[in-house]
Design a protein around this ligand. Structure first.
Ligand code: NDP
Length: 520
């Protein structure tokens, strides 16, 4: 929890961040509120360090970055405890959702980045005797703005992606969870001592509130990777648009699950349980609303309720506990308001319901009306709504009836049928018979459609997007080809040649025949 050292509010670059444990309330530490000038200085230092880093080959960069992965893996327990302490999520989640996927992300791109970023030739169509290729050039300095729910894996993961691409990164962590970012930075600095090609200024942290994040967008960075809420994402997009710099936006979701009548109840119940309640529902990919075939609706709901009753909530550092404390106090009131609205509209609370201080119990509702707030607004709390439906078409229509499109889920007895349904869902990723964890597969894109985001992180494309992808075209010629036919001078004769060519090549199958003849 953040308490202001003075009653100065969120109005400016004043005072400092004072961080308390969400679960125990213990004072954890402080972090400065850095000013626009501090941010510009950090970007300038990053730019200086990037010059040498960007000049290394991709292979050398990958080799050098291993030192950081080793450092993180060696300190996995410290990091997991720090994440759990500052964020309030269970220790196992801190390790398995934050630290482990980060290590694997690094290992994946260490092996693949040289291939992904290698020059790519483009097969040309009619313009023969030319050679075209794309080559990837680092953008420079990437600003990374992170949320509090995955305070290690998201901002530090985005930063290392930027580094694989040859950039430097300046990270603005959430004001709610700055300490873990500072701890990661300390490990980075240690890795720099072991590996001379790494420079401390390649990863920098600027702490503060929204103004510090806003300052990062206007500090001269060459790209912004933002993860957070839709309203803040729009502000970031405007700031980047004014500077004509690209931004990647990973925003919120209100993620549906469709369950068909032939779904395996046991696996579906376990997946939905975890998908809804991991990290106390504070996951952008959390399952929030379940459109379940009416014949199995009660059986599935009852099983989820039964399983929810077995979950142990308490001190996140106790490795037996499955739900910890809510990270961000105001989120509890948001969830409570959404819950109250659902109840007012006739929903029935099957379990959970009343937050106890910082602990929000896993809460299952049925008899939910599609269209009520709980099916439209991201609660970011452990609220799960069941809506029985008569057919799959209705389920698809309800699932797509949202301005967000981050994740969607399908549970079906027939995997292929599940995939057909998945293809019709308006989501950046749809998982069939599984929940949440595709973020942990670094080769796959992580992205939202509609209001859930722009661009993607992870994946080959996500890495290339961190570069300027430039096109080079070369032309070889014979001595008699001193000019192209369409260069000066223009004349009726040349016009006639082109007119005839348009008619004969594109007016019928001529161009296709030529392409086939030359094997293109
Ligand atoms: P916010 O949008 O409140 O904040 C995100 C970050 O932006 C924070 O570091 C915040 O700083 C900073 N910020 C605030 N104002 C500005 C500004 N004007 N310009 C630049 N940066 C600014 O999101 P939360 O931290 O509350 O995170 C929760 C949200 O993130 C949820 O909606 C969730 O769905 C989404 N999310 C999306 C993910 C995805 O991959 N699609 C993954 C994880 C979360 P400060 O905290 O100091 O205010």
């Amino acid at each position: 929890m953040v308490a202001l050292a003075q009653a100065a509010g969120d109005a400016g670059f004043v005072d400092k961040l004072v961080i308390h444990s969400p679960s125990s309330g213990a004072l954890l530490g402080e972090a400065p509120v850095q000013t626009a000038e501090d941010v510009r200085d950090a970007v300038a230092r990053a730019r200086k360090a990037q010059a040498a880093w960007g000049a290394l080959s991709v292979r050398e960069r990958c080799h050098a970055l291993r030192a950081f992965r080793h450092k993180v893996a060696q300190h996995a327990d410290d990091l997991a405890r720090a994440v759990s302490t500052e964020n309030g999520k269970p220790l196992q989640e801190a390790l398995v959702h934050d630290v482990l996927p980060f290590c694997d992300l690094m290992a994946y791109f260490e092996r693949r980045a040289p291939g992904i970023l290698a020059p790519q030739s483009i097969s040309l169509h009619l313009m023969m005797q030319r050679r075209s290729y794309l080559h990837c050039v680092p953008r420079g300095v990437v600003g990374v703005i992170g949320p509090w729910n995955f305070p290690f894996s998201i901002p530090i993961g985005d930063a290392v992606m930027a580094l694989f691409a040859g950039n430097a990164a300046v990270i603005k962590p959430s004001e709610v969870t700055p300490l873990i970012a500072l701890q990661a930075k300390a490990l980075w600095d240690e890795a720099c001592k072991d590996e001379p090609r790494l420079h401390p200024d390649l990863i920098q942290i600027v702490t503060g509130r929204g103004l510090t994040g806003a300052a990062l967008c206007t500090s001269g960075v060459d790209q912004v990777m933002f993860t957070g809420s839709v309203p803040t994402g729009k502000k970031v997009a405007v700031a980047c648009a004014e500077r004509l710099i690209p931004c990647v936006l990973e925003l919120g979701g209100i993620n549906p699950a469709i369950v068909t009548a032939d779904a395996d109840i046991e696996r579906t119940a376990h997946a939905i349980l975890w998908g809804a309640f991991a990290n106390s529902g504070q996951v952008c990919a959390s399952i929030s609303r379940v459109y379940v075939a009416r014949p199995i609706a009660e059986q599935l709901t009852a099983r989820v309720v039964e399983l929810a009753g077995t979950l142990v909530q308490g001190d996140p550092l106790n490795a037996d506990n499955e739900l910890g404390a809510m990270t961000f106090l105001p989120q509890i009131a948001i969830g409570q308001a959404i819950l109250d609205d659902a109840i007012a509209q006739g929903a029935r609370v099957r379990c959970g319901g009343t937050p106890n201080g910082r602990y929000f119990p896993p809460t299952v509702l049925d008899n939910v009306a599609h269209g009520s707030r709980i099916t439209q607004d991201e609660s970011f709390t452990p609220l799960l709504a069941f809506v029985p439906v008569d057919d799959t078409e209705t389920a698809i229509r309800y699932a797509n009836d949202s301005d967000k499109g981050l994740m969607a889920y399908v549970f079906a007895g027939d995997e292929e049928q599940g995939a057909r349904i998945a293809e019709r869902l308006e989501a950046g990723t749809t998982m069939v018979n599984n929940a949440i964890d595709s973020h942990g597969a670094p080769g796959t894109p992580w992205q939202g459609v509609k209001q859930s985001g722009l661009g993607q992180v992870h994946s080959a494309q996500g890495l290339r997007d961190l570069c300027q992808v430039r096109h080079v075209q070369t032309r070889s010629w014979l001595p008699w080809m001193s000019k192209e036919l369409w260069w000066y001078p223009y004349s009726p004769k040349v016009y006639g040649v082109f007119l005839q060519a348009v008619k004969s090549l594109w007016g019928g199958g001529g161009v296709d025949r030529i392409m086939r003849a030359i094997g293109k």
